[in-house]
Design a protein around this ligand. Sequence first.
Ligand SMILES: Cc1cc2nc3c(=O)[nH]c(=O)nc-3n(C[C@H](O)[C@H](O)[C@H](O)COP(=O)(O)O)c2cc1C
Length: 199
Amino acid sequence: MNRAGAVTGYPRAVDTPLRLEVIVGSIRPQRFAPVVADWFVRTARARPEFETGVIDLLHTPLPPDLSETAETERFRQRLAAADAFVAVTSEYNHGYPASLKTALDSAKHEWRAKPIGFVSYGGLSGGLRAVEQLRQVVAEVHLVSVRETVSFHRARTQFDADGSTGNGAAIDAADRMLSQLAWMGSALAAARASDPYPG
Ligand SMILES: Cc1cc2nc3c(=O)[nH]c(=O)nc-3n(C[C@H](O)[C@H](O)[C@H](O)COP(=O)(O)O)c2cc1C
């Protein structure tokens, strides 16, 4: 304990990066998602706390009827090995993509007691309404959503031709969100290892 009474010194070795999976939600043929996702993945890969992978739902055909397939099993194995998640989400009619809901519904125990952050983009709202809906749904599968959100309104105007952004608020939010994911991911990994989560 430190002097403020907070628990410190989680046993995870600092040189063992957390496994972060970035889940790309949009599967539209003409999607903008890769621009946002690639920028975020580059940002995450610059952080030593994480080893970052990408689960692009366009290339992960999970059945919307939630039937069991080899792809579903591979997806679950990726989730099971992860310590933290980021969902990159667009907004369609004030909601998040159906592909992302299918992904959330396609696993159960693999999500539990792990943190998730959100990178959203869209038109005027920047995908923030999609994120608020996601917060409700992820709680049901025992994911823990971190406070900070990265959001791009009028997303297509926010990136250069090389995929960089000058959006200082988004850059700052990404940094804070990754710090929150690292803290929460480390704390929850240690807790899961010492005591099975009572889900
Ligand atoms: C069917 C549809 C509905 C949309 N509804 C919203 C919306 O409610 N709010 C918003 O900010 N943007 C909305 N948009 C704009 C999208 O967020 C924007 O086009 C974004 O690029 C979509 O992500 P994607 O290209 O990666 O699929 C909508 C786009 C589509 C195609």
